[in-house]
Design a protein. Structure first.
Length: 560
């Protein structure tokens, strides 16, 4: 089905006279997404595809130009941020806007002094009317200092890499990114600083003389507009993505998981926005090759957009393993749950509904309701173990009390016992053992407050507080399971039940309060410093113990 779509898109492209300068995506960590989100809540732009938020560079550029047309509505800092991003997303390589470390016209390293200016920086760039290529150098350095122990411990992470991106024939975007890094100091603190280490094979294998890790990304993305305002794209490869709504963490695909290899289809036309994705990932890490396996993640989401009112959507996910690609889940136009029944109910599926408002300027409300496995048949009995439901409610208030450049966010998430689990552990809602969904996992809830303030275009302040509660499974001192309360994503209720009850927050009660204060500083373009103080107090109510963690993190990011 999707092969047919690719062939169809090729035909559309041949017939289309429209061109798109940069089809490759903007990586999801880029600060421009935060700016676009604030402008959307403010009402400057009406829509950004937030349930699948990764955008092509030309899409970002078009949104910035729409914002530019309404400059009179912007604060002084917002205008400076707009100009900063317009400058960057022009993708110009002219000497007055950009500089190259390897400049074939002037010789290598002749522009070295320009690397510490506000110009857009490339290792090398080349442009023709319909084709271009950009080489960028990537680097990160993390230094964490843990003050919660008697003797302070520290950890350093450092990596270096490159990105090659561009667009061919105005329709085919590409990206190749490779990052290789090492770690020194305390390994436990390193995993707190950078949780993705727990999904890096080289880090977990730990067979070399220094702890090291690597991340790689690469994809092709085909984009066309066969009809005015009809946007169609197909992407094959891997990169960091998220799915669904969520100001803190997301119920559907949080992004805290490892990058997956996927085939994705997007369609936008009129009030309809549709995303279909089929991805492959892996199971829990094992030193034994025979125990390693591939699992698949399928996702469909249909959204209806009503101008100046709200966006409402319905989505499905399905996780399966133990066989090759299931054609029933590969087709984008299908209802997964009925397909699963037709192939004998072996897989882990859920369905969700979401809504996001846009009828009040500067205030956005959003909600997601998730049904895991069971579809509506047990909602009258909220304490039944099969009632695997979760929901998330959030509000985003921009410019509160007429204070420019300030945002206030509140979000509540509740996840009932056994959500994300499956009777076949290979089909639970994980990739490489990391939870694909919300960070708190099953049998837990979280109340999050966040505030952001842009002092100017190069200095941003963030404060965050999270109050988390969870009910964990009860174990004896020797590790024997005493009571399963649905608090472990790797342990389902199975087929043989001790009870059909599942009480929310049952088991060993854990309360955790988390605070974070952070500053992001970018005095020079592409030289980014993140400084944060982080504090958590985890209390085990059952045994009356408390474990505190407070650490300072300095992160330096270099991208040119």
């Amino acid at each position: 089905m999707k092969l047919f779509l690719i062939i169809l898109l090729s035909f559309f492209t041949i017939c289309s006279s429209l061109t798109f300068s940069q089809v490759e995506n903007v990586q999801i960590q880029h600060g421009v997404y935060t700016f676009l989100k604030e402008m959307k809540v403010k009402g400057i732009i009406s829509f950004i595809r937030e349930d699948d938020p990764v955008l092509s560079r030309f899409e970002v550029k078009n949104l910035l130009e729409k914002i530019n047309a309404q400059q009179t509505e912007l604060s002084s800092t917002e205008k400076k941020l707009l100009n900063k991003y317009l400058f960057e997303f022009s993708d110009s390589i002219y000497p007055d806007t950009a500089t190259q470390l390897f400049n074939p016209q002037n010789g290598f390293f002749t522009d070295l002094d320009q690397m510490v200016t506000d110009k857009v920086k490339y290792l090398y760039a080349y442009q023709e009317p319909e084709n271009n290529i950009y080489f960028e150098w990537l680097g990160h350095f993390y230094h964490g200092q843990d003050f919660s122990k008697e003797n302070a411990v520290n950890s350093d992470l450092y990596d270096i890499g490159f990105r090659i991106r561009g667009t061919i024939l105005n329709h085919l975007g590409y990206n190749l990114t490779v990052i290789k890094g090492g770690v020194s100091g305390d390994e436990t603190l390193a995993e707190i600083i950078e949780p993705r280490l727990l999904t890096s094979f080289k880090w977990l294998e730990d067979t070399e003389n220094i702890g090291n890790y690597d991340f790689t990304y690469g994809y092709l993305k085909y984009y066309t507009e066969p009809y005015e305002e009809m946007n169609i794209s197909v992407q094959l490869g891997r990169e960091d993505i998220t799915l669904g709504y969520g100001y803190g963490s997301k119920l559907i695909l949080s992004g805290d998981n490892p990058a997956m290899d996927f085939l994705k289809f997007n369609f936008d036309y009129g009030i309809i926005s549709f995303t279909s994705l089929h991805a492959s990932t892996t199971g829990y890490f094992s030193y034994t090759p025979e125990e390693r396996y591939t699992k698949y993640y399928a996702h469909n989401h249909l959204k209806l957009k009503f101008n100046n009112l709200f966006d409402v959507g319905i989505g499905e996910t399905m996780i399966y393993s133990g066989r090759g690609i299931e054609l029933g889940y590969l087709a984008p136009v299908n209802f997964y749950k009925f397909i699963e029944m037709a192939i004998q109910d072996r897989d882990n599926g859920n369905i969700y509904f979401d809504i996001q408002t846009k009828f009040v300027k500067n205030l956005e409300l959003q909600a997601t309701f998730l049904l895991d496995e069971n579809i509506l048949s047990n909602l009258g009995d909220l304490e039944k173990y099969t009632n695997k439901t979760a929901y998330q409610l959030g509000a985003f208030w921009y410019n509160p009390f007429n204070l420019n450049d300030l945002s206030l966010i509140v979000e509540y998430t509740k996840i009932r016992p056994y959500v994300y689990t499956h009777f076949n552990v290979q089909n639970n809602y994980t990739a490489f053992g990391a939870n694909l969904g919300h960070r708190i996992g099953p049998n837990a809830d979280e109340l999050m407050f966040r505030s952001n303030y842009n002092f100017n275009e190069w200095l941003r302040f963030t404060f965050e507080y999270r109050c988390q509660r969870s009910g964990e499974n009860v174990y004896a001192e020797d590790g024997t399971l005493i009571k399963n309360v649905g608090g472990d994503i790797a342990l389902s209720h199975g087929y043989v039940l001790e009870t059909d009850r599942a009480y929310f927050l049952d088991g060993d009660r854990i309360n955790n309060n988390f605070f974070s204060l952070g500053l992001r500083v970018e005095l020079i373009r592409d030289f980014i410093f993140d400084i944060s103080y982080n504090y958590s107090d985890q209390q085990n109510i059952a045994i009356n113990t408390s474990e505190k963690l407070y650490y300072v993190l300095l992160k330096f990011t270099l991208e040119y």
